[in-house]
Design a binder for this molecule. Structure first.
Ligand SMILES: [Zn+2]
Length: 445
């Protein structure tokens, strides 16, 4: 099994309950877990990684993504549109995807995340054209070596029934539930250290029926898996909820069984004080996606109020058609800056934003075995080179979100090296990128 000794790291941010920070420290990763933290640890036959000039943090956790969208970044018709118009520009393009599109785009999106320090990501795949399956993205995560929480999304209300997506992209609700059962049974691992945990995730209240939302919640509880969807993303989204369901998004979620510590919602930009209190009381999680919210002009999520109330909050880069980047450390900086725009300069520190990006995300995904560097937790570790131009002159090298690299030097997942010296170590990315470009040309034609 794997055995790595990170020697003499300049600075370690453990992200444990006490907020421990250590200098000049060694970290031993053995058999997939953090085995030892201390000074001058014995060599003991380990593969040695030089930690001098580096800050070590837990691997970052991404709680919301649509990996397939790396094939539709910066599509001209969607560059300047609001959410609903943006979706209607992209649906016809996505309808032409197939299994290879799903696998290649996931490889690219996962590699981008890994290079930005991410070791665990969720993905929300809610359209399955031309034989695509959740399995295609799980294959990609295994190839890269990323810890993965794929969610089986769905759309069932097409345009002719008053929904937003075109009719040919929606699925029959019985078939959706049957495929949810299939992927949970085939791939979900409930054990500590799991590399794959599957969630159930109807796309949004405006693209599935009330019955499917309710049935998905019942199924998830029966199977012991988590629930995920988009909620209260912008004013259009709230207006749709009021006009169609006669209630606010948070109330709709509550009434259909979509609150609880096994549920997390993406965005929640427009939750009011009562909905925030509901989420706090029930332990319902939020995937905060600051860049996507900026990009689509959706607004600033009340993250300070959520955190103060006790709502579990993690970060999400969201899909690459609405960010259009998938850089999680940059996302954490954006989260910090955005709260300062709305709430003042002391609204969020660099260390709190990094905590949200690690421990916060782990909690949102229901994982207490990752998100911190503590003996016995999984060996998911990001190593940041702080000798470059970005950090030169910094008085506090561990304040990575103020002055730090946006690309990781080394990355370990379950003790296995996924990024080495700034490059993906597990997959030859050149042919993957070439294939992605070829697929894009095919979609443009
Ligand atoms: Zn999304």
């Amino acid at each position: 099994m794997s055995h790595v000794l990170i020697q003499k790291a300049d600075h370690l941010l453990r992200m444990d309950d006490a907020g421990t920070e250590l200098a000049g420290v060694d970290i031993r990763l053995r058999d997939g877990v953090v085995a030892e933290i201390g000074h001058d640890l014995s060599f003991d036959g380990a593969e040695v990684v030089n930690g001098r000039g580096c800050v070590v943090t837990p691997g970052l956790v991404n709680t919301h993504h649509h990996l397939y969208q790396t094939l539709t970044r910066a599509v001209p018709g969607g560059q300047d549109a609001l959410l609903f118009g943006w979706l209607q520009t992209l649906y016809p393009i996505w309808a032409r995807f197939g299994p290879e599109h799903m696998r290649i785009s996931a490889l690219v999106g996962l590699a981008e995340l890994a290079l930005s320090g991410c070791t665990l990501t969720s993905d929300h795949l809610y359209l399955f054209p031309n034989g695509s399956r959740l399995d295609d993205t799980i294959d990609a995560a295994r190839e890269i070596g990323m810890r993965f929480t794929p969610t089986r999304g769905a759309m069932s209300i097409g345009e002719s029934a008053g929904g937003l997506p075109p009719d040919h992209l929606v699925e029959d609700e019985a078939a959706i539930l049957n495929d949810c059962i299939r992927v949970v049974d085939a791939f979900h691992d409930p054990n500590p250290g799991a590399m794959v945990q599957v969630g159930i995730a109807p796309c949004s209240p405006f693209s599935v029926s009330r019955e499917l939302m309710r049935d998905a919640a019942i199924l998830a509880r029966d199977k012991g898996v988590r629930l995920h969807t988009h909620l209260a993303e912008n004013d259009e989204d709230v207006a749709y909820s009021l006009a169609t369901f006669g209630c606010l998004p948070g109330e709709y979620a509550r009434d259909l069984g979509w609150t609880g510590d096994d549920v997390w919602h993406a965005h929640c930009v427009k939750l009011n004080a009562d909905e925030i209190e509901l989420f706090a009381r029930t332990g319902t999680g939020v995937a905060h996606c600051p860049c996507s919210n900026c990009r689509l002009g959706s607004g600033i999520a009340p993250v300070r109020a959520m955190r103060d109330a006790g709502v579990p909050v993690g970060l999400g880069v969201d899909g690459s058609a609405s960010n259009d980047a998938g850089n999680l450390i940059a996302e954490a900086r954006q989260a910090m800056l955005l709260q300062r725009v709305s709430q003042g300069t002391d609204a969020m520190s660099a260390r709190e934003a990094l905590f949200i990006a690690t421990r916060g995300g782990a909690r949102v995904l229901g994982r207490d075995d990752v998100g911190q560097i503590t003996v016995g937790k999984r060996a998911d570790v990001a190593i940041w080179d702080v000798t470059g131009v970005e950090t030169s002159g910094s008085w506090d090298k561990a304040a990575l979100l103020l002055a730090g690299p946006t690309r990781v030097k080394h990355l370990f997942v379950e003790g296995r090296q996924v990024v080495r010296d700034g490059h993906i170590a597990t997959v030859d990315m050149a042919p993957v990128l070439a294939r992605q470009e070829a697929l894009v040309k095919g979609l443009m034609a």
